[in-house]
Design a protein around this ligand. Sequence first.
Ligand code: NDP
Length: 263
Amino acid sequence: MDLGLNGRTVVVTGGSSGIGLATVRAALEEGAKVAFCARGAERLDKVAADLARDFGAERVLARAFSVLEPEANTEFAAEVAARFGGCDALITNAGQGRVSTYADTSDADWREELELKFFSQIHPIRAFEAQLRASGAGSITAVNSLLAYQPEPHMVCTSAARAGVQSLLKSLAGELAPQIRVNAILVGLVDSQQWQRRYEAREDKSQSRAAWFADLARRKAIPLGRLGQAEEAARTLLFLASPAASYVTGARLEVSGGVSRFV
Ligand code: NDP
């Protein structure tokens, strides 16, 4: 199936690692021009140099900033327009989860988490809205979490924020139609830098990486028996973001190995 991304411009927030990086690579493999951001300049520049070598510098644009800075998003959007002539697909992926129970979460933690989850959508969407409207095939695809529908007691504020983001995306799918489609993937557990950090902080340092991840999959009772790969999330994201999904909006697609319990 041709996704119809050849020659189009895809923007990925949080593109220097994990799901975001896999999505940047997959979009380049489809023939798209790709702009992406992350906060840490060192890792971002290294990744951008590798991608420029593999796919050509003229198709790669990387900028270091936090999506929580509104002006930086606006400047990035202007640069994408100047360099690539506009944006066809925005993938809002930047972020991370917060592990804490209700008892452990201070008011400041709540504010920080709600700001991250909501404004990591709102700022980039506002910055790219005009370009997406003008595209003729505009799409926004968010990386959200299964926690939106299945809250976990050890991730109380992330779960609540994720549910709110799903609501926001549903509203946007109506308000931005018909020019811009808005969809989300719901990630379960995908092997990425986030899980690598948790593996490195494990209590039993004698446990190998493979054994630790296998144990995690067992404890979480993932029907497919393993964590997902970043590339598996990336392929789903790109499909929803692409003209191949031209009649899909306001939808959510699980990338979770079947671990959800809701219908
Ligand atoms: P990674 O930590 O591997 O990648 C996160 C990326 O986002 C990095 O490039 C990071 O770079 C960037 N980033 C983080 N915060 C910001 C910010 N404020 N502004 C710009 N860039 C930022 O994690 P994943 O690939 O796992 O995570 C991708 C998304 O998927 C996140 O939103 C995460 O919450 C979500 N998710 C992941 C799950 C999983 O199991 N992996 C489960 C559920 C949801 P830098 O730090 O340099 O800014």
